[in-house]
Design a protein around this ligand. Structure first.
Ligand SMILES: [Zn+2]
Length: 220
């Protein structure tokens, strides 16, 4: 369901299908890719979301943007954390979410689904969700104090005093399902930023400065 374009960005056919959205997940060879007009945030690994009302540029601090403004791209930057793009083809609303372990532990993606319900009357069962390239469950080891935070969505994951492998995309997927999103309307890329150095930047692999933009817009 994910494919690579000639310019080196990744797309998900699930988000293409309704024909009223534009989107892309940035990659290493598309560092120049920057759709305009673009709204972004100063990302702080929180569960805060911000409504983009049409103004481009940096809209403040937070880790998710939601909007129903035609033509405005919502962008977030990642390198290992999970970039999540959400589209509501009924209410014509979109969201871009940055979910690292801190955001995922606070269920940021579920809070964004709720925010879209409140703000745009989006129904969770109408939403289409794509989880883009992120560090995979084999590559991502976390300590017991972090693992413990994910017990609600992965019962038994934390074992006393042990490091464990955490699949952040799987956690986010469970949170989406629990929020009422239909499983068949969620696509997980399966593309690992750490396993695929030719394609993606990875913070854990040592690309300290490299970040990839992921963005979505409702078509004007
Ligand atoms: Zn991996």
């Amino acid at each position: 369901m994910f494919y690579r374009t000639a310019e080196g960005i990744y797309r998900c056919s699930l988000l293409d299908e309704p024909g009223c959205f534009e989107h892309g997940f940035g990659a290493r060879h598309a560092a120049h890719w920057r759709p305009e007009p673009l709204a972004t945030l100063r990302q702080i690994h929180s569960d805060h979301w911000v409504v983009a009302d049409g103004r481009p540029g940096c809209l403040g601090q937070g880790d998710a943007l939601i909007s129903d403004h035609p033509g405005l791209f919502l962008g977030i930057r990642t390198a290992d954390c999970v970039p999540i793009l959400i589209a509501d083809p009924v209410r014509k609303a979109v969201a871009a979410v940055h979910a690292g372990w801190r955001g995922a532990a606070r269920a940021i993606v579920a809070k964004v689904v709720q925010a879209m319900q409140e703000r745009f009357q989006s129904r969770p069962e109408d939403l289409l969700v794509a989880l883009g390239p992120a560090i995979c469950g084999q590559c991502y080891e976390v300590g017991p104090e972090v693992a413990r935070l994910f017990e609600p969505w992965a019962p038994g994951i934390s074992q006393a005093g042990m490091s464990v492998r955490l699949d952040l995309s799987a956690i986010c997927r469970r949170q989406l399902c629990a929020a009422g999103v239909r499983p068949e309307r969620i696509a997980v890329s399966g593309l690992c930023t750490k396993c695929m150095p030719d394609e993606f930047f990875s913070y854990r692999r040592g690309d300290r400065g490299g970040r990839m933009l992921s963005a979505i817009a409702r078509r004007a």
